[in-house]
Design a protein around this ligand. Structure first.
Ligand code: MEZ
Length: 602
């Protein structure tokens, strides 16, 4: 993993200074009887934040309140109290001085307790994917075995019309749609934050015949999107699902923009015949924009979203109808939610190396671009509830993950004009081919790696490239030769490659590699390179669904009360998903699943 050098982000200093700050605004509830277990844990975990607080005379009640309650799974009271004393995440971020600011990230406003823990070692959530040099206050020590809170003998059973499992784009979309159709909805997310992989989505959302394409004079059609998607998936896709994806794609863009998302920029992805990948203005990353939009809309509607809440079982009535879920809450423990419909939107398993290697031994040890929660538990509980799995061996390797990291270099960089060269400084593929072919070509090169090469023109065209500079993944040079020296490829070879490419752009004909779209030449200094290697990105297989997003059982019939959408399903993408079709799928099938679940619940 790459380390960002020269910047030691000493969170400890910040946190400790915050603690030494007089906590005058700490809730001054009358010191009622101390919750016995909390007191025991605080004493026993002196090194952790509870102990640090205790030394500053911030007592248990300041975080936990009175009356012996521990915390809810959203850790709401604790987080509210963190904010009361220390300020909101955005305010804390202003006090940081480091190059990388963990309080201001692409994860948005998240709970303080995502990283900071009272009774266990604190851990920086960013380090699940990044390798920053970060220290965190109360970050070390051995957690005491958790003292199970005293619970009533009989756990209360919660009630909902629709339970949604997984709070990525598909989950939020299903939840908002079901809520707007009048359903009482509960969303369950096992991670401490919402957003899933959707929040990391970079390049954009595919849609055909949209108002943004029309404004830009782009000639596209639903049929062409179907054709491209089927071809990209080597025709193993379920044609009915592909048809639903394409036919509803423009309406899904309209739905998202009506909620406040920005999808006004349109670019090209591999395997697409025309520009149909929608993203925010200036080429900003699509995921953060969509995730924030969906989260805000769920919050505005006061939808009950529970993090730290892992579904361990989907319940059925013995006659094959799904009737709810069993949940393991981080604090609440095991409990049940009765529901009239369950929508599974728990994502894929790219971040589960054992599962990936079990299906595809040749991918063992490969990095992944996915968030840590993408471990495939949703597939397991869906299959245990009777759902049929399909295409499980179809695992997508994204060609361009920054070498030695988990950071995806979006395909949009190539779409906007970057070329890919090997260590000999030569192009070796059509940069806009499909991911299966591009990854295979890179894995055939020296060191199984390559470099993405681009110029200032490409950089200016795509805002998300700034992030790669911020993460210090980019090498630069004033000329192709100086750039070549930086990345240790033969300077004359790189210069010749770039000149040949620029001539192909001028002639609008890439005779050698047949790249279909060359939006700009690479002639504007400076010149840039990012070292890349393929990494596990997406799992095309999953639960079989029909066009109503109902989960199909092994006997071929839909399971009553059970819906699924997004990466947890199989069939839409065949053997290879086209870039930009994932967000499209999550919104379109999330809307279908949410609407049908709400209809059933009425
Ligand atoms: O759909 C994707 O996976 C995507 C657009 C990824 C990317 O390269 O940005």
């Amino acid at each position: 993993m790459k380390t960002v050098k020269g910047i030691t982000i000493v969170l400890a200093i910040l946190i400790l200074s915050l603690f030494s700050w007089s906590c005058a605004s700490a809730p001054k509830e009358k010191a009622a009887e101390k919750p016995a277990q909390v007191a025991t844990q605080t004493a026993a975990t002196d090194g952790f934040l509870a102990g640090v607080h205790a030394k500053k005379q911030v007592n248990c009640e300041a975080c936990h309140g009175t009356g012996g309650n521990l915390v809810d799974d959203n850790e709401q009271p604790v987080n509210m109290n963190c904010v009361k004393c220390h300020g909101a995440l955005s305010e804390v971020a202003k006090k940081a001085t480091g190059h990388i600011n963990p309080h201001k990230s692409h994860l948005g406003e998240i709970n303080c307790t995502t990283c900071h823990h009272g009774h266990a070692p604190s851990q920086v959530y960013c380090l699940n994917c990044h390798a920053f040099e970060m220290k965190i206050s109360a970050g070390t020590g051995t957690a005491q075995p958790t003292v199970a809170p005293k619970r009533p003998e009989q756990q209360a059973v919660d009630q909902a019309d629709v339970v949604v499992i997984g709070a990525g784009a598909a989950g939020f979309t299903a939840a908002i749609t079901a809520y707007d159709a009048g359903a009482k909805v509960i969303v369950l997310e096992k991670q401490p934050i919402t957003g899933g992989n959707s929040m990391l989505a970079a390049g954009g959302m595919n849609a055909a015949e949209t108002k943004y394409q029309k404004e830009k004079g782009i000639q596209d059609s639903v049929d062409l999107m179907i054709k491209d998607t089927m071809k990209g998936g080597n025709n193993l896709n379920d044609p009915e699902l592909v048809s639903i994806l394409a036919k509803n794609s423009a309406a899904s863009v309209d739905w998202l923009t009506s909620l406040g998302a920005d999808l006004s920029d349109v670019g090209r992805m591999g395997g697409a015949s025309v520009n149909r990948t929608h993203r925010p203005k200036g080429g900003a990353a699509v995921g953060a924009n969509i995730a924030e939009t969906l989260k805000k809309n769920a919050a505005d509607r006061k939808i009950d979203v529970r993090v730290n809440s892992k579904v361990v079982k989907i319940l059925e009535d013995g006659k094959g109808t799904v009737i709810g879920v069993q949940v393991e809450g981080k604090h609440r423990g095991l409990y049940t939610i009765n529901a009239k419909a369950v929508v599974l939107t728990a994502g894929g398993f790219s971040a589960n190396p054992e599962k990936v290697a079990a299906y595809r031994p040749e991918f063992k040890g490969m990095t992944t671009s996915n968030q840590p929660g993408a471990t495939g538990d949703g597939l397991d509980i869906g299959a245990a509830a009777g759902g049929e799995l399909q295409d499980m061996k179809e695992i997508q390797i994204h060609p361009t993950v920054a070498a030695g990291s988990r950071i995806l270099i979006t395909e949009a960089v190539r779409g906007n004009g970057a070329i890919v060269v090997n260590q000999e400084g030569k192009r070796f593929m059509n940069e806009l081919t499909t991911r299966d072919k591009a990854s295979a070509a890179i894995l055939n090169q020296t060191g199984k790696m390559a470099y993405m090469i681009f110029d200032e023109g490409v950089r200016q065209s795509l805002k998300q490239i700034d992030g790669y500079f911020h993460l210090e993944l980019v090498k630069e040079g004033d000329t192709p030769e100086t750039l070549a020296a930086e990345i240790k490829v033969p300077p004359q070879a790189l210069k010749a490659t770039m000149e040949a490419y620029n001539q192909a752009v001028d002639k609008k004909d890439d005779a050698e590699f047949k790249r279909p779209d060359m939006p700009r030449p690479l002639r504007t200094p400076k010149y840039f390179a990012i070292a890349i290697k393929p990494g596990v990105h997406y799992t095309m297989g999953g639960l079989k669904i029909n066009t109503d997003s109902q989960v199909i059982a092994k006997d071929g019939k839909p399971i009553a009360g059970f819906y699924a959408a997004g990466e947890v399903t199989g069939g839409v993408h065949g053997t290879n998903r086209l870039g930009g079709n994932s967000i499209s799928e999550t919104i379109t099938f999330g809307r279908i699943a949410g609407a049908n679940a709400a209809k059933l619940a009425k």
